[in-house]
Design a protein around this ligand. Structure first.
Ligand SMILES: [Zn+2]
Length: 187
């Protein structure tokens, strides 16, 4: 059962599932609540009020920044060629081997790495990112073959190559808004 509602001006969706704990997630300006049947969404929203307003502010800033973001123009072939060459380069640098690279449209991630199979999948919308962010996404996923977890060892490696990576989260979120707008315009 799903419903659409609002909390402090943010749209939210409630989904009742057989989960042990209630949880709340905020993705690109929209709240998603997952609750065990019979739980009260209001109580969960109140409990996470501060976190929600902090996240809301972050996304509002990203949305307003998005207007100034420049979409990169690449053909599908150029994009894939670029990603594949970066994967090879970074794999060599890190001394890891990659089995398969694939591309598909993903809802919540720029990329995903499956270390057991040594496969990497990239979101096809990475195509619109500027070179530096694209490189970061590729490096991030290849680096998971070197360290699968987001631990200190992982972030130290990232920081060696991208010392400004801390700002990327916001950059990427801004681009996400920009790309959605671009997609909505129908290209
Ligand atoms: Zn990661």
């Amino acid at each position: 059962m799903e419903m659409k509602m609002e909390f402090n001006g943010i749209e939210y969706e409630v989904s009742y599932r057989r989960v042990r704990y209630a949880r709340v997630e905020l993705k690109t300006g929209k709240l998603f609540l997952v609750l065990p049947p019979g739980n009260d969404p209001q109580a969960l929203l109140e409990k996470h009020k501060n976190w929600i307003s902090k996240k809301k502010k972050f996304f509002e800033e990203c949305r307003s920044d998005s207007a100034g973001k420049q979409i990169s123009i690449r053909t599908e072939a150029e994009f894939r060629g670029l990603v594949l060459s970066l994967v090879s380069r970074f794999a060599l640098e890190l001394g890891v081997t990659v089995n398969k690279v694939s591309f598909r449209k993903m809802k919540t991630k720029w990329g995903a790495c499956f270390p057991a199979k040594r496969n990497i999948t990239f979101n096809s919308t990475v195509r619109y990112l500027p070179d530096r962010l694209l490189e970061y996404i590729v490096f991030h996923e290849v680096a998971h073959l070197w360290e699968r977890n987001h631990n200190r060892r992982f972030w130290n490696l990232i920081a060696e190559k991208f010392n400004d990576y801390r700002g990327f989260k916001k950059e990427l979120a801004s681009y996400l808004f920009r790309i959605r707008e671009h997609d909505a315009e129908g290209k």
